[in-house]
Design a protein around this ligand. Sequence first.
Ligand code: DX5
Ligand code: ZN
Length: 222
Amino acid sequence: MKEIIISPSILSADFAILGKEVNTVSEAGAKWVHIDVMDGHFVPNITIGIPVVKSLRKATDLILDTHLMIENPEKYINAFVKAGSDIITFHYEACKNISHAAEVISLIKNSGAKAGISIKPATKPEEIFPVLDKVDLVLIMTVEPGFGGQEFMHDCAMKIPQIKSHAPENLIIQVDGGINSITSRICTSLGANSLVAGSYIFSHNDYKKAVASLMPGYTANE
Ligand code: DX5
Ligand code: ZN
């Protein structure tokens, strides 16, 4: 089996010591860090933005996996990439139609970052089939975007094989929302190869154990 990429979501980290938190998940074995950007319009919450990405870029070599839960994503792509984002994932629902989504993907790729497209729980996977060969990553939301600590929506996980069967071999299929040591197994067995986890990792007293426990082959006494 190919490597599973764990992307700890800093939404559940202690922002007063963010650099330290990110270094701790890096030491725990994570290679990516997930940055949830919310604008209070696309989702009913406001979080962080470009200045935080810029500071994190100085603090870590981890892949900065940036999840834009914002309207008009095209306006901010260059600024996020300039600040240090390696991956920019935007929401299909923030676009007027699939051609608009294709334009956003081109903008991301032309800026030098990897491009991801995300779908909310109510969006059918077939809506994004036309752009699967253009993106590096598909992010399947397994909760309503907006907040950490929500319960995993099992129905959404069934989108994983649907996307996988229409996707190029090297597409990264990421899931986000309610991921823990049990739901991670459901997602990886259905074909996901990247897991975002916020509250599960950052509420654990041992981040290393938490990261390791999301891997398919983990057994509790390791
Ligand atoms: C929710 C965010 C998630 C969130 C996940 O809108 O996109 O990345 O941090 O949090 P948990 O893992 O706690 O469900
Ligand atoms: Zn996210």
